[in-house]
Design a protein around this ligand. Structure first.
Ligand SMILES: Cc1cc2nc3c(=O)[nH]c(=O)nc-3n(C[C@H](O)[C@H](O)[C@H](O)COP(=O)(O)OP(=O)(O)OC[C@H]3O[C@@H](n4cnc5c(N)ncnc54)[C@H](O)[C@@H]3O)c2cc1C
Length: 261
């Protein structure tokens, strides 16, 4: 619906007092006898408009999560290089170095998922735009459907995993700061609070699992992994590719079992 606030009928209940993202005020709006006009077509509200809105917003939160992860990693890295204990920088302790490596792995994984998902969204949206000017050919329709399905499959993964990883990275960022991380003097304390919302709004992580599960059982993710396995990789990545192949085989067997059930 489109609503003009000059017509009245809408009230702000109150500005919420939140744990984090304090730079962005949040409030509940109450509508009473508020005049509004329908925009778009009837019967498409939930399945088309709301789902499109939510998928777009989820991609946005996946991007927000990558941003939080990136800052958590940078803050932790800078502190680990600077802070000296027992005569050396704490980054030289394997326990600290390992925490940083795991943080970087989670950050890179979240970013890759985000970019790949955004690529799929771009691909099908291009066809949406073309379809406004002319009819799509059968091949184009098929490709648009293919990318739309992939975008559908990757959005809950990018949002769910990205948000959980950014929370874990914010946690480890504080850990690397030691006692100082618990104080409000460092950015990591704010980051820890700001990260928390990402796995809640625009659908909690549990709801992302609900959205992703059918792509597990129908094999969308498996097909995608198999398509990656067909691409050439640098020799130093070959061993990782082989490990992924073993996991993909296990996954294929599991999907087969689900099919039998
Ligand atoms: C700062 C902030 C800003 C927000 N901004 C907006 C906004 O702009 N617009 C808007 O519309 N909303 C907004 N929200 C609302 C937000 O999207 C919801 O709070 C969020 O989606 C979770 O819904 P809920 O609070 O009703 O939790 P509930 O649905 O009550 O969930 C409670 C718990 O149950 C679990 N759960 C619920 N259903 C299932 C299920 N089917 N399977 C498994 N587990 C389940 C959840 O994962 C969670 O752990 C905002 C919230 C916050 C905190």
């Amino acid at each position: 619906f489109i609503y003009d606030k000059r017509d009245g009928g809408v009230n702000v209940r109150r500005i919420e007092n939140k744990m984090g993202i304090k730079g962005s005020p949040t409030c509940e709006l109450t509508y009473k006898d508020a005049k509004a006009e329908l925009c778009g077509s009837r019967r498409l509200g939930l399945i088309k408009y709301v789902m499109a809105l939510m998928n777009g917003a989820r991609l946005g939160i996946a991007a927000q999560s990558v941003g939080v992860s990136e800052l958590a990693y940078r803050e932790a890295l800078a502190y680990a290089r600077d802070r000296k204990q027992f005569g050396k920088a704490i980054i030289e302790f394997p326990a600290v170095y390992e925490m940083l490596s795991v943080m970087k792995g989670k950050l890179d994984a979240s970013r890759s998922l985000l970019y790949e998902c955004a690529r799929f969204v771009d691909m099908y949206k291009v066809y949406d735009d073309i379809a406004k000017e002319r009819s799509l050919t059968p091949d184009e329709r098929k490709e648009a459907k293919y990318y739309s399905r992939l975008a559908d499959a990757l959005t809950p993964l990018a949002k769910g995993m990205g948000s959980e990883y950014c929370n874990q990275n914010a946690y480890d960022c504080i850990q690397i700061h030691g006692g100082s991380g618990f104080m409000k003097d460092y950015a990591c304390e704010r980051l820890y609070r700001d990260a928390r919302i990402t796995s809640i709004y625009e659908g909690t992580t549990q709801l992302q699992v609900v959205a992703a599960i059918r792509h597990v059982t129908t094999g969308s993710y498996l097909n995608l992994i198999n398509s990656y396995l067909e691409t050439e990789v640098k020799p130093e990545l070959q061993s990782i590719k082989e490990r992924i192949r073993v996991l993909a085989d296990m996954y294929a067997k599991a999907v087969e079992q689900v099919g039998k059930v």
